[in-house]
Design a protein around this ligand. Sequence first.
Ligand SMILES: O=C(O)CCC(=O)C(=O)O
Ligand SMILES: [Fe+2]
Length: 206
Amino acid sequence: MFEAIPFSENPLYEKIIADIWSQKYSIVDDFFMQDEVLALRESLLLKYEEDTFRKSAIGNKTNEVVKKSIRGDIILWIDEYSANSAELMFFNKINDLKTYLNRTCFLGINQKEFHYAIYPKDTYYKRHLDTFMNDDRRRLSFVCYLNSEDWKPENGGELVLYLKDEEKVIYPFPGKVVIFESQELEHEVKPVNTPRLSITGWLKTR
Ligand SMILES: O=C(O)CCC(=O)C(=O)O
Ligand SMILES: [Fe+2]
């Protein structure tokens, strides 16, 4: 006989799953609370001041090239095993979501990778897909915006998802999370005129 594993339905996760199932993406306006966003933003800014960010590349570890004409953000990978308290809170939430997805959707997600990203003024990320020729393990892309509370639409930096018959424009307001199918949805980050802060990552299969 199977042993019963305790399980309680989570309405937020159920909405995310239903959204992704029906439209390949989900947007949650307040996945992170204001104080959580603040702690993550402070962590990002501290590491930026310590000068540990570097120019992002396209491609992956074996074939990466820095191409400013394609993307201009600077990034810093976050390591769960040396995480500070804000990052631990972040990874706890991610792990909780991951466990739920695996239990309910049998996605088989057993790896993840996340980085902070800063888009300095006048940078962008041209239309692209988050998978590489030699790496199709990325299943779900996850973006969380860490901008300050007074972020305005005029600051630019919209995320545009290229859907089948629509372009979905998403403003990077703090605490908002966007989750989408990495292998399905092309997307773009429009030019910013004020530095734009975020954490981006991927839930992956092996
Ligand atoms: O920051 C965003 O809204 C999306 C970033 C992105 O597309 C990426 O890093 O691959
Ligand atoms: Fe992307």
